[in-house]
Design a protein around this ligand. Structure first.
Ligand code: SF4
Length: 83
């Protein structure tokens, strides 16, 4: 795709919940791992899998990866519990 055919001039990946830049793997600044596509990719400007990374989505993703953990006061998030 040539740049003039892009609908967006801003890359979507850095704002996406599926973006993992993985600096430890020595990728370029504009490359990273896409969790949704399960591939290493350069920034994309159009993507049918794009989902804006909100704080709530980041917390949900972290719970899925790391499980339940206490906050700074030792309390567990009540949203983690299924009654
Ligand atoms: S889903 Fe699309 S926009 Fe999101 S990180 Fe993957 S390639 Fe980038």
């Amino acid at each position: 795709m040539t740049p003039e055919k892009r609908k967006s001039k801003e890359p979507l990946c850095p704002k996406c919940i599926s973006w993992d830049p993985r600096p430890e793997e020595g990728l370029s600044l504009r490359s990273g791992y896409c969790i949704a596509r399960e591939i290493v990719t350069a920034y994309r400007y159009e993507c049918e899998y794009f989902e804006m990374a909100t704080d709530a989505l980041r917390q949900k993703r972290n719970r899925e990866i790391y499980g339940e953990y206490p906050d700074e006061e030792g309390h567990f998030d009540s949203m983690n519990h299924i009654d």
